[in-house]
Design a protein around this ligand. Structure first.
Ligand SMILES: Cc1cc2nc3c(=O)[nH]c(=O)nc-3n(C[C@H](O)[C@H](O)[C@H](O)COP(=O)(O)O)c2cc1C
Length: 316
């Protein structure tokens, strides 16, 4: 059997496969053995109590889904008391994802959730920054640096910065997160989209626009993982459209050390277990002894890749 162990900085994972925040719940334990996953990433929590966005919140389209859920939250105390404890009973690192409206609120929430039973804090900096008219923190290097440095000052826990594929200068944003002290990047969240019902002529989502996820966004996420891998030294967790073992390998070749699976788990709650089994088969068939050796091993013309990276930087 191949060695599927990977490291994301100081965090050791038994394999590179973990759920994406918001696409996983404790009920999935009926379909999966949580002790076989790389990590357990919990739905984002925000410090303020919120009802979430207007319905409908989810629609299906073109090899993808589009959602605008809005991170409904009952606050941190409820999360700590009711939602978190069931995840901490497994022998698998727990990753708590946090969203907040302002830099100070973010840092405060991270400090409050840096509990001993939590292995990692994932900062969902793809969420709106109310101090910048709702533009996501991770849209610019400046706002990324500001929020990540405030967060990293308030915790001893490893912090993963979850970036948005909607940012133009992704390499610069990634670098800003690294310089601010992020231990790893999650690349990334959903792609902003819109879908219209041609019979009612209304947007399919109550909130008009929303985040596209699923297989349709995979090439965008793979491209951005590659760009981040070329610009930072911290590990990258790939996320976007992963539904099978080949997708995992593709993200690792592009530069990911581990991956997150989101939308695919809605179609098949047991998919992560199947992916892990299939990774063993892939490694056996292709002679890979340790899966971590795949990270960044895409074979490409370096000059062409460099040209694309420069182009993306200029045209951002
Ligand atoms: C219904 C739904 C809810 C989500 N909720 C969150 C969330 O609370 N926090 C977060 O960081 N990302 C959230 N995401 C984004 C996913 O974690 C993931 O980054 C994105 O869906 C891309 O991965 P995928 O194509 O495998 O789904 C959500 C996605 C979906 C579809």
């Amino acid at each position: 059997m191949a060695d599927l162990n990977v490291r994301v900085g100081e965090v050791k994972l038994r394999n590179p496969v973990m759920p994406a925040s918001g696409c996983f719940a404790i009920e999935y334990a009926e379909a999966l053995d949580f002790n076989k996953l790389g990590a357990l990433v919990v739905k984002s929590v925000s410090p303020k109590t919120r009802a979430g966005n207007p319905t409908p919140r989810v629609a299906e389209c073109c090899s993808a889904m589009i959602n605008s859920i809005g991170i409904p939250s009952k606050g941190l105390a409820y999360y700590r008391r009711e939602l978190l404890p069931p995840y901490t009973r497994f022998d698998t690192p727990v990753v708590v994802s946090i969203s907040a409206d302002t830099v100070d609120e973010f840092a405060e929430a991270v400090a409050e959730m840096s509990l001993p039973q939590v292995a990692v804090i994932e900062a969902n900096i793809s969420c709106p920054n109310l101090e910048q008219d709702g533009m996501a923190f991770a849209m610019t290097p400046e706002t990324t640096y500001k929020v990540m440095s405030a967060i990293c000052r308030r915790t001893e826990h490893p912090v993963w910065a979850k970036l948005t594929p909607n940012a133009s200068h992704i390499a610069a944003v990634a670098k800003a997160a690294e310089e601010a002290g992020a231990h790893a990047l999650v690349m990334g969240n959903t792609v902003l989209g819109m879908s219209i019902d041609v019979r009612t002529r209304r947007p399919k989502l109550g909130n008009v626009m929303g985040g596209l996820s699923g297989p349709a966004i995979k090439p965008i996420a793979v491209r951005m993982v590659h760009q981040c891998h070329r610009s930072v030294r911290i590990p990258i967790i790939g996320c976007g459209g992963i539904s099978n073992a080949d997708d995992v390998v593709e993200f690792m070749l592009a530069g990911a050390s581990a991956v997150q699976v989101g939308t695919a788990s809605f179609l098949d709650p047991g998919v992560m277990q199947k992916i892990i089994d299939a990774l063993h088969v892939y490694c056996d068939e292709t002679g890979v002894e340790a899966i971590r050796d795949l990270t960044g091993q895409v074979k490409l013309d370096r000059q062409l890749s460099d040209r694309w990276l420069r182009f993306a930087q200029q045209s951002g």
